[in-house]
Design a protein around this ligand. Sequence first.
Ligand SMILES: [Cu+2]
Length: 284
Amino acid sequence: MHGPRRAPTLAPRGRAAAIGLASAALLAGCGGRFGVPEPASEQGAEVLDLWRVLLFVAAALGALVVGLLAWVVLRYRRPKGSTGLPGQRRENLPLEILYTAVPLVVVAVVFGLTLRAQGPVNRLSRTPALRVEVTGFQWGWRFRYPAQRVTVVGDSNSPPTLVLPVGQTTRLRLGSPDVIHSFFVPAFLVKRDAIPGMDNDIDVRPSRVGRFGGSCAEFCGLDHGRMTFDVEVVEVQQFQQWAAQQAEQEQPGGPQGPERDGAQGIGRQALGPVVAHRPGRGDA
Ligand SMILES: [Cu+2]
């Protein structure tokens, strides 16, 4: 944006202040999320809160360790002209107890906070407003809405879109017919595996309307890197309209014309034989 400009030479103290200011500006520029995407779900907001605490604890401990190291190096450096070893100390019991106890307390507190955050993130609602079966397969995704009789399928050439209503709890049942995949939407700040022969349930309650990218986060073969999808969070009414429209198109007597996203026809064909061999379905 600006033309090349010669930076004025700064005294060491001024340089330190400039670095401090730049770091503060950098952190403020991330909106206090420190590199984490802005959460698009209530569960994601919990994860962000935990991340902030963990980052703060880690930064404080890092600063303490680096500070102590610097202090020791400077304070106890060898004076000019001295020879031999400095005075040796065999033990310091209070200090040893302190540096054993403090890390234990820190780990216990962090563990407790993590457990507390896991509660609302992993909790499954007794009455989810919507249920979607999410199937990861080599190499694409299928989203089935059993109650709405809607199925959206895509593959690595045409990624599908998972449409969700905002402000409502959706139960995602993750499964796979072949190998382990992982359902990951960075904006939800939660990732969960789709495992053959086993159903993995998570709830997501989107908190804002928008379109968010997702992908498989478990290396699953050649086209793993192209196993992407989108999540479209819409108003409840819009969701109902969309579902009704899709269901109509899927009726055997319904219009056979081009589907809303061309992925569906291709994907459904590709998935057909795979689904037939899917282990575990209906066994439970
Ligand atoms: Cu995968």
